[in-house]
Design a binder for this molecule. Structure first.
Ligand code: RAT
Ligand code: ZN
Length: 435
């Protein structure tokens, strides 16, 4: 497994680094270099230990991941309403029994739990839950984080931080100790998409805003963003957007993006991450699992990239049908960085297609993946899956290059893997300067 090859340094022995690789040597060299290059995980929902209960980890959290809850309701007769009355451990037991004992865990999300158990040398049979609970119960979170990141082969975790989250905001207001490997992101969904439900929470923090997001509100929102940026030291600002997102438009989200968020990003020298294509709560009965996908009109993105050349946009699109257009726009606008295979397109078959398309159209000028992990140990399986899916695709690109007449060396491969999984992110977010 890739993790066996992870050493303290990303350096590959240099003796034959510059020697052209034969066709047969290429796949092994790619796998080895990929395994020994620590990755920057640019979008997660994980929290540093200072956030206490917000940091999710361990077997019960892994089993009650909303990707698995969505699968549970396809295989149980229990209603969602009944499920939500159960304790976390009872929910975890139900999911374990339903998806792992009564059914074979062959889906991406269920296999992920099995891979995590294996990474810790734990059994994955019918009785595994008890043993796993005992194992995780004995870990100290701080040292466990180091071990998990080592197993996953990641050096940095980018969080998602909501200044209007009632559980999270008070922690920031009290002051959270910075962590060298966890970096903040100023997430704006409540402000941009749900202004009418949340403007009073902004007002309650001392900003003179109103329900219509009038001109006076705009300057106050900019003050709010500047204060929160000072507090969080984010590496970017971010928002997820519906498939219906249009820009320019008179809608509150488009106006706030143009008049408040983009000027603030320019002033603070921060990229804006847009995750486009989510259809929120098509089935509210299953809560977090109840969001779906819709094809977006990416002319909105075209307009943003063209009209705001001084802004940098990190963009992921949820619909498979939007992926090719995103590549085309990245060829038109160098202030656009496609990233990740998000949520419903983070399955091997689709990751394969998207990554091949991106390599063919963009070379190494994109960020292939993020984990979107919500529970710490998920980074182990999500990054193992990414390496397993993408290494052969990269190897095939080098095989073709070599057949076309350009010999490929380990130095070439290391440079590309580093750019794809580290330095595009570092440069785009100016990570070193902010550290
Ligand atoms: O993938 C997920 O866990 C989704 O629920 C979303 O959180 C999505 O990734 C997002 O950041 O909006
Ligand atoms: Zn996410």
């Amino acid at each position: 497994m890739a993790t066996d090859l992870l050493g303290p340094s990303a350096q590959i022995p240099s003796a034959n680094s510059g020697t052209p690789l034969s066709r047969l040597e290429i796949p092994g060299a790619v796998a080895e270099i990929f395994a020994s290059t620590p990755i920057i995980d640019i979008h997660t929902h994980l929290f540093a230990p200072a956030f206490g209960k917000l940091s999710l980890w361990g077997i019960d959290e892994l089993l009650t991941y909303h990707y698995l809850e969505a699968e549970l309701f396809r295989s149980t007769s229990m209603t969602p309403e009944h499920y939500w009355t159960l304790s976390k451990s009872a929910q975890a037991e139900l999911i374990w029994r339903t998806l792992f004992v009564e059914n074979t865990p062959i889906s991406e999300a269920t296999r992920g739990v099995i891979a995590v158990l294996k990474a810790f040398g734990l059994p994955a049979d019918g009785n595994a839950l008890l043993e796993a609970r005992a194992f995780f119960g004995n870990q100290s979170f701080e040292s466990h984080i180091g071990r998990v990141m080592q197993l996953a082969g990641i050096s940095d975790i980018i969080m998602t931080n909501d200044p209007l989250d009632p559980d999270e905001a008070p922690l920031w207001l009290q002051g959270v100790a910075p962590h060298s490997q966890f970096h903040a992101v100023l997430r704006l969904d409540r402000i941009l998409n749900l202004w009418s439900a949340h403007w009073q929470a902004v007002a309650a923090q001392g900003y003179s805003v109103d329900a219509n997001a009038s001109a006076k509100s705009i300057s106050e929102i900019r003050r709010f963003l500047a204060d929160w940026a000072k507090r969080m030291k984010p590496v970017y600002m971010a928002c997820s957007l519906p498939d219906s997102f249009a820009f320019p438009s008179d809608s509150i989200n488009a106006r706030l993006i143009a008049d408040a968020v983009l000027p603030s990003c320019r002033e603070l020298d921060l990229p804006l991450s847009l995750m486009i294509g989510v259809r929120k709560q098509v089935n509210p009965r299953i809560r977090l699992a109840g969001d779906a996908v819709g094809r977006a009109n990416l002319e909105a993105l075209e307009n943003l990239c063209r009209d705001f050349p001084e802004n940098r946009f990190l963009v992921s699109v949820l619909s498979r049908e939007n992926q090719h257009e995103l590549c085309v726009y990245a060829r038109k606008f160098n202030n656009l960085m496609p990233f990740g295979c998000w949520w419903f397109v983070n399955n091997a078959s689709i990751v394969e297609e998207i990554t091949r398309e991106r390599l063919e159209m963009l070379g190494s000028s994109f960020i292939p993946q993020h984990s979107d992990a919500r529970v710490l140990e998920q980074v182990i399986y999500k990054w193992a899956n990414t390496r397993r899916t993408i290494a052969p695709i990269l190897a095939e690109s080098y095989r073709l290059l070599s057949a076309d007449g350009r010999p490929v060396t380990r130095i070439d491969i290391q440079r590309d893997v580093t750019r794809l999984f580290r330095s595009n992110a570092e440069t785009w977010m100016d990570l070193r300067r902010r550290a």
